[in-house]
Design a protein around this ligand. Structure first.
Ligand SMILES: N[C@@H](CCC(=O)N[C@@H](CS)C(=O)NCC(=O)O)C(=O)O
Length: 223
């Protein structure tokens, strides 16, 4: 599908985050999608003061990143933004109706069937590491993640991508799975490890990651 937009795209991202979050912040999804689609954009870097402002809440009601703007259209939710971009670019979604519906199915699967389990583990490990309550909860959460990874690996089987060719669904799935980088869970499932590496080797991903990290380097926290 032809891209009919000509006006600049703005995407919000954090000015800086601690190293454990660098390369994981969800504007990466949007940057990656825009790179795949060949759409230039400007990153609007924000901090806590912007997140709390009434102006930003008008754009992103929860004060989070990413948010997207183009031609007076303001969007939030990384999944919705990636879908919006994919709908303009065959690089991210096939043209046929059935193919598009399958991609959307996997977009939701990434965000709704995989991300909740991954995120719960991330919250425990990165934000509450060592807390007493995690000792009972973590093994259950890890089991749930393993079970989801097992099911995903079974689906992938010999496939290179979720739906035959690389699509926005793979983009979202991989950005979700990257949140397990502090564990060995992906390494233990070679099919998924190879799948992530295949997607992350794409020049568009490499560029998006470089650009997110470069912004953090340029805006270190005040000493
Ligand atoms: N469901 C939202 C989640 C956005 C989100 O959690 N963003 C994080 C960065 S990855 C954030 O802004 N955290 C700061 C906060 O919640 O105040 C999306 O996918 O866009």
């Amino acid at each position: 599908m032809m891209n009919t937009h000509t006006n600049p795209i703005t995407v919000t991202a954090f000015r800086w985050v601690p190293p454990f979050a660098q390369g994981l912040v969800r504007d990466l999804r949007v940057r990656w999608a825009l790179e795949e689609a060949g759409l230039p954009y400007t990153a609007k870097l924000i901090g806590p003061e912007d997140q709390a402002s009434a102006e930003y809440r008008e754009w992103q009601p929860f004060g989070q990143v990413p948010a997207f703007a183009q031609d007076g259209l303001e969007l939030f939710e990384s999944g919705a933004i990636v879908l919006h971009i994919a709908e303009q670019s065959e690089a991210l979604m096939p043209n046929d109706a059935a193919g598009r519906a399958r991609v959307k199915t996997w977009l939701f699967a990434a965000l709704n069937s995989i991300e909740p389990a991954v995120q719960e583990l991330t919250v425990i490990d990165l934000f509450h590491s060592g807390a007493e309550w995690t000792k009972a909860r973590r093994p259950q959460v890890e089991d749930r993640v393993r079970s989801r990874l097992g099911a995903l690996a079974a689906w992938l089987g010999e496939r290179d991508y979720l739906e035959g060719r690389y699509t926005a669904a793979d983009l979202l799935m991989v950005t979700v799975l990257r949140n397990l980088r502090h564990t060995d869970l992906l390494t233990q499932v070679p099919t998924i490890k190879a799948y992530c590496e295949r997607c992350e080797a794409r020049p568009a991903f490499q560029k998006a990651l470089r650009d997110q990290l470069a912004d953090f380097v340029e805006h270190p926290p005040a000493a």
